[in-house]
Design a protein around this ligand. Sequence first.
Ligand code: UGA
Length: 520
Amino acid sequence: MQVSAPSPGILLPSKNLQPTYLLGWGPWTENSWRKPLGNDEMRIAVVGSGYVGLVAGACFAELGHNVFVVDNDQRKVAALQRGECPIHEKFLPELLQRHRGNRLHFTSDLAAAVRRSRIIFIAVGTPPREDGDVDLSYVESVAEDIAGAIDTYKVVVEKSTVPVYTNAWVRRIMLLNGAPPELFDVASNPEFLREGSAVTDFLYPDRIVIGADTTRCADVVAEAYRPLTDGSYYERTDVIPGPVAPASMDGPFKAHLLETSTKSAELIKHASNAFLAMKISFVNAVASMCEAVGADIEQVCEGIGSDSRIGRRFLRPGVGYGGSCFPKDLLAFRAVARESGLHFGLLDEIARVNEEQRLRFLRKVKKALWTLKGKKLGVLGLAFKNGTDDIRESPAIAIVKSLLKEGCSVTAYDPAAMNRAREEFPSGSVKFAADAYDAITGADACLILTEWEDFSALDLLRIRKLLRYPIVIDGRNLFKPALMLAAGLNYYSVGRADVLSSRPSVAPFQNQAIEQDEAA
Ligand code: UGA
């Protein structure tokens, strides 16, 4: 079907929005980057120092390029210049340490960074609007500013996740703001980075997608990734370690480069995230069927995931997907479909199953504890997934909020996300514990809401001793039911039979009695 022209409703945000992005461009104070470039080096500007921009900037520096990460938040820039790492991301502190002040520079001076760069990656936020469309005002503002600084041929690359047609709009906005058409191209280079493993996802990608409508433009962007596509990065002795190579892989790793049209690249990003979200909702719906008929989701996943056409990955049932990407991207993809005159009802169903998954978990808590008012709960995990301190759209946060509404008191622990979570519960409505054992001490039940590996290594007998009632409700299937039974715990998980221990419950803190019980 013919895709209709974009409506300003999706793609052009209101001019009344005053993006803070534009405020406070400071003078460029660093001079070290003015040194002459080596043969293989390229100068790259990355606009936006959030999760994507910072990881991309640090990784491009790791590939040997001179990188200027630009952000209008001068406090953030100052912190980065001091060597602070604002996010919890594996290997990022090492990369910042390795390249800061050498090949990696932080600045608020967008115009200077643009003038000195061959490629400018736009990696600013694209938050959701109330109606599900994407707020592209930051992208638009950056495009305006870049237009004013263009003096020689440059490639502007959309890196932020954006709806199809954004590329065309960026080009149009730049032309309207005086950029000479022969001096720039706009490419789309979506990122496929997962928080928590973003650095290795960047350096060992499944694919690099470059959407460009001219060969010249595609070649410039491809050049930035050359150390990955020709494999030279992986021959270095100081390489960041990657995932284990698949057994089927012949020879050393080389990243797969896929060149497409700009529109295809934009669609690839949204369609990939929607497909992954679909896999999760599918497995969660199957988990509910397992609970209904008495089957075991782990066995079912083993069975379906062994089909190489389906694959095992992204078939982990749980409390539903969260984060800054899947929920937002699904809504945005649906909005693009709607604007294109298509009804993509599957997307609605994916989101509905995801929402239902949180409610099912709450029903499990009720099933285990009967009434909720006044119950004391120890919550393990607040981040939207393991390996990150990000709590945006975290199912854990949503579940804790619902439990507070029901009158429960909550003591929570997360290895990385507690500082951010404190801002979410400012009134002291949630207590934050020093560690996992501290969180569950004296609690009526332990709830596991994030799949941190640390939690699966917890001492089960100690958990039983510390809990008031021996109840664990696991939204991430971290434990084997047989082990929970052996530890004398009542265990509720996702898509598997409940474990109801026949051991008597113990009164709180009667550790001595339990130890005797254990010894017997
Ligand atoms: C996701 C994609 O995986 C990346 O490829 C993409 O680049 C990124 O969005 C983005 O658009 O920027 P991310 O949101 O960091 O990455 O995290 P995922 O690992 O995909 O997990 C998303 C959510 O799904 C988490 O809440 C996680 O707990 C949940 N999940 C994931 C499951 O419930 N089951 C699974 O099997 C896998």
